[in-house]
Design a protein around this ligand. Structure first.
Ligand SMILES: NC(=O)c1ccc[n+]([C@@H]2O[C@H](COP(=O)([O-])OP(=O)(O)OC[C@H]3O[C@@H](n4cnc5c(N)ncnc54)[C@H](OP(=O)(O)O)[C@@H]3O)[C@@H](O)[C@H]2O)c1
Length: 284
């Protein structure tokens, strides 16, 4: 298994298999209103985040794009320093996927997305193949710099390998000490596909666990910072969500300590297949 990469600062990037780079740390904006999205994306960029994760589904691509543009204008930051991801809500057919990509770009006010994902594998093998072809072609057009998938199980990743088509650069799945998806992680790591952890805080559902609390106490950090550092040290891209300006900042303060191999093992042992949102990795 390849040694996981781990970056040392908020804006630092990991290399993807298509040669592009992705900041290992970002802000997720699921279940945020337009105003919350605008304010939180601005706040995150101001404290140093350089990666924003939205989706057609979240209905907030527009305020993400607007906040990024305002931040760029106010600070002179170049667009290339910021990484914006969106995702395709429905897998239907080639033409509709192309239409949906164009509509997402228009809503965001962007000419390209840095990363664009199939939000799930739902639809069956034929539909997946057609939709992936659309993403590949949209990449050729320059609308998408990198393409990937989300919530794909090991068997869905195997399809790409069997079909000898370009592999996704990332697979965004629910990943935290209480949900480790070892089979999916293995096939992705063996094939150079980066794992992106959604729900990296397990939606704050296990902050009272004694192991998380004891590691936090040892480092003078809070439980959220321990769960995020765990993901970072595994080489996962992590995209915690918060609407709190204070937590947006504290969640990013994880580059000044290291969890020991023994404590990583203890955290690794907490896997209980905890589902915090949907679970579609076994879809047909
Ligand atoms: N691809 C997919 O299917 C999929 C599915 C789900 C999520 N995602 C992506 O992943 C992102 C993150 O996942 P998520 O939103 O499900 O969950 P998460 O990041 O694990 O947890 C978010 C929850 O934790 C709370 N929180 C954040 N920081 C905290 C802290 N320091 N202390 C205490 N509580 C804290 C937040 O509340 P406050 O907001 O009040 O701080 C919120 O309730 C999403 O926003 C989205 O971009 C993708």
């Amino acid at each position: 298994m390849p040694v996981p990469q781990a970056v040392t600062s908020l804006a630092a990037r990991l290399k993807m298999l298509d040669g592009q780079e992705i900041p290992q740390f970002g802000l997720g904006v699921y279940e945020m209103s337009d105003q919350e999205t605008y304010d939180c994306v601005k706040r995150a960029l101001e404290v140093g985040y350089r990666h924003i994760d939205t989706a057609e589904w979240y209905e907030n691509e527009e305020p993400c794009g607007r906040a990024i543009r305002d931040f760029m204008k106010e600070t002179g930051t170049h667009r290339s320093e910021i990484f914006l991801t969106s995702k395709l809500k429905h897998n239907r057919d080639y033409e509709l996927a192309m239409q949906d990509i164009r509509a997402s770009l228009k809503r965001a006010g962007e000419t390209y997305f840095d990363l664009y994902l199939m939000h799930s594998a739902i639809g069956g093998p034929e539909v997946r193949k057609e939709v992936w072809k659309a993403l590949c072609d949209a990449k050729e057009e320059g609308w998408l710099h990198s393409i990937g998938v989300s919530n794909f199980g090991a068997k869905h990743i195997q399809e790409f390998i069997d079909q000898k088509v370009p592999l996704p650069t990332v697979n965004q799945i629910d990943l935290h000490p209480f949900m480790r998806h070892p089979e999916i992680v293995k096939i992705c790591e063996d094939n150079g596909i980066l794992l992106e952890a959604w729900g990296p805080l397990a939606r704050a559902m296990r902050f009272n666990h004694s192991v998380v609390q004891s590691v936090a106490k040892k480092h003078g950090k809070d439980e959220a910072q321990i769960m995020l550092r765990w993901g970072l040290q595994h080489g996962f891209v992590i995209i915690p969500k918060s609407v709190s300006p204070k937590r947006i900042k504290s969640n990013s303060e994880i580059f000044d300590f290291e969890i020991s191999p023994e404590d990583m093992k203890e955290l690794d042992a907490l896997d209980e297949y905890l589902v915090t949102d949907w679970d579609v990795v076994d879809t047909e």
